[in-house]
Write a protein that binds this ligand. Structure first.
Ligand code: HEM
Ligand SMILES: *[C@@H]1O[C@H](CO)[C@@H](O)[C@H](O)[C@H]1NC(C)=O
Ligand SMILES: *[C@@H]1O[C@H](CO)[C@@H](O)[C@H](O)[C@H]1NC(C)=O
Ligand SMILES: *[C@@H]1O[C@H](CO)[C@@H](O)[C@H](O)[C@H]1NC(C)=O
Length: 338
C-alpha cells in the first residue's frame, strides 16, 4: 500500500522524487510486511494442516498447564524479534540465539515442545512433508491456544517462511519490559506497526498465564532504588502478592497474571485493571494513564469489543517482518536451519 502511494505521488509531481525515495525506503523498512499471506495458503499442498496442528496443541495443552500461555507468548516474542519467522525457536550450539538471551525471555520448554509436536504431526502427513513453515505452525498454535481457552476463534493468514538467523543481541531492545510506561509501550509497538489500541488488546493475552516474582518485585516492596513510576496497586491484592513473593522470594515462585480467571481467555484482565489489580506495572499503567484508560474501560465492559480488537491486532502482529523470499525457507525441524 505504501509503495503504491509513493509511486502515485512521484508520478503526479516529478519534483517529489526525493519524497518518492523517502517513502519507498520507509515501505521497505515497514515492519508490517506487504508479503502476501492468505488464509488458503495450504489448501492444495496440505489441506489438513489446521486440524493436524489443533490436535497436537489440544493434546499438549491438556498435559501441561504451561503449554498454552507459553505458546501464545512465544508467538509474540517471535514476531517482535526479526519478524514472525520462528527465529525464536532456533538454537545455536554456541548459545548465541534468542532463546539464550536471559531471564527476559523465559521461554516455556512446554511451549517449545508444543510447536515441536505440532510440526511433527504436520511432517507425519506424507502430503504435507516439507511444505509448512514453523512460523505458520506457531501462528496456528497461538490461535488454537486462544480458542481452546475460551477466547475467539479466528482465521489465520498463512504463507510465512522460516528465518535463518537468530542472535541474542536482537532481543536486547526488541521486547517490552514489565516496568514500561505507556510511552515506552507505544514506541515499541508502533515500531512494529501496531497502534495503541492494538497494544492494549494484545496485552489482554495476560488474561492467561503466569509471571515470576522478579518481574514485579520492585512494585510490591520499597527498595533503595524505587521504580521511576509505579502505578497504583490494590491493597488486598498487594498483601496476597507479598505472601507468594516475600522479599526473599524463590526464583521459581510465580503468580497468575489474571487472579480472577487465570485459565480462561476473557476480558477479566481489563476488569482487574479497573480494580488496580494489574500484576505488572506495564499492565496497570494502561488504566493509570488517562490516554489509554478509555480503551481499557471499553474492553472491560464489552467482551465482544475486546475480542474483535484482539483478533484484528494479533492478525496484524502475524504480519510483522514476514519473510517470503530467499531470506526464508521451510525448516524441516523447528530448532535448526536446514
Ligand atoms: C505489552 C507489553 C508486554 C509486556 C511488558 C509483557 C511482559 C510479560 C512478562 C514480564 C511476563 C512474565 C514472564 C515470566 O515471568 O515468566 C509475561 C507473560 C506472558 N505474556 Fe506478556 N508482555 C507483554 C505483551 C504480551 C503480548 C502482546 C502477548 C501475546 C499476545 C503476551 C503474552 C503473554 C503470556 C501468554 C504470558 C504468560 C506466559 C506463561 O504463563 O508462561 N504478552 N509477559
Ligand atoms: C531454550 O533454553 C532452555 C533453557 O536453557 C531450554 O530448556 C530449552 O530447551 C531451549 N529451547 C530450545 C528451543 O531449544
Ligand atoms: C480492591 O480489590 C477488591 C477486591 O477485588 C475490590 O472490591 C476493591 O474495590 C478494590 N479496590 C480498589 C481501590 O479498586
Ligand atoms: C460491544 O462492542 C460491539 C463490537 O464493537 C458492538 O457491536 C456492540 O454494540 C457493543 N455493545 C454494547 C453494549 O455497547
Amino acid at each position: 500500500m505504501e509503495e503504491s502511494l509513493s509511486l502515485s505521488l512521484s508520478l503526479s509531481c516529478p519534483l517529489s522524487l526525493l519524497s518518492f525515495f523517502f517513502l519507498f525506503t520507509l515501505s521497505i523498512l515497514s515492519p508490517i510486511s506487504n508479503a502476501q499471506l492468505s488464509q488458503n495458503y495450504y489448501t492444495t499442498s496440505c489441506p489438513n494442516v489446521e486440524s493436524l496442528v489443533r490436535s497436537a496443541v489440544s493434546l499438549k495443552v491438556q498435559q501441561s498447564m504451561a503449554a498454552g500461555p507459553g505458546t501464545l507468548r512465544l508467538f509474540f516474542h517471535d514476531c517482535f524479534i526479526r519478524g514472525c519467522d520462528a527465529s525464536v525457536l532456533l538454537t545455536s550450539s554456541t548459545g548465541d540465539d534468542e532463546n539464550h538471551s536471559g531471564a527476559d525471555l523465559t521461554l516455556s520448554p512446554d511451549a517449545v515442545d508444543t510447536i515441536k509436536k505440532a510440526k511433527e504431526a504436520v511432517e507425519g502427513d506424507p502430503q504435507c512433508s516439507n511444505k509448512v513453515s514453523c512460523a505458520d505452525v506457531l501462528a496456528l498454535a497461538a490461535r488454537d491456544v486462544v480458542s481452546l481457552t475460551g477466547g475467539p476463534y479466528y482465521k489465520v493468514e498463512l504463507g510465512r517462511l522460516d528465518g535463518k538467523v537468530s542472535t541474542r543481541a536482537a532481543v536486547k531492545y526488541g521486547l517490552p519490559g514489565p516496568s514500561f510506561n505507556l510511552d515506552q509501550l507505544n514506541a515499541l509497538f508502533s515500531a512494529n506497526g501496531l497502534t495503541q489500541t492494538d497494544m492494549i488488546a494484545l496485552s489482554g493475552a495476560h488474561t492467561i498465564g503466569i509471571s515470576h516474582c522478579d518481574k514485579f518485585i520492585r512494585r510490591i516492596y520499597q527498595f533503595k532504588d524505587p521504580m521511576p513510576y509505579n502505578p497504583p496497586i490494590n491493597l488486598t491484592f498487594l498483601r496476597q502478592l507479598r505472601q507468594t513473593c516475600p522479599m526473599s522470594y524463590q526464583q521459581s515462585s510465580f503468580v497468575n497474571l489474571d487472579p480472577i480467571s487465570p485459565f480462561k481467555f476473557d476480558n477479566a484482565y481489563y476488569q482487574n485493571l479497573q480494580r488496580q489489580m494489574g500484576l505488572l506495572a506495564s499492565d496497570q499503567v494502561l488504566f493509570a494513564d488517562r490516554r489509554s484508560r478509555g480503551t481499557v474501560n471499553l474492553f472491560a465492559t464489552n467482551q465482544t469489543a475486546f475480542e474483535e480488537a484482539f483478533v484484528a491486532a494479533i492478525t496484524k502482529l502475524g504480519k510483522v517482518g514476514v519473510k517470503t523470499g530467499s531470506d526464508g525457507e521451510i525448516r524441516r525441524v523447528c530448532t535448526a536451519v536446514n
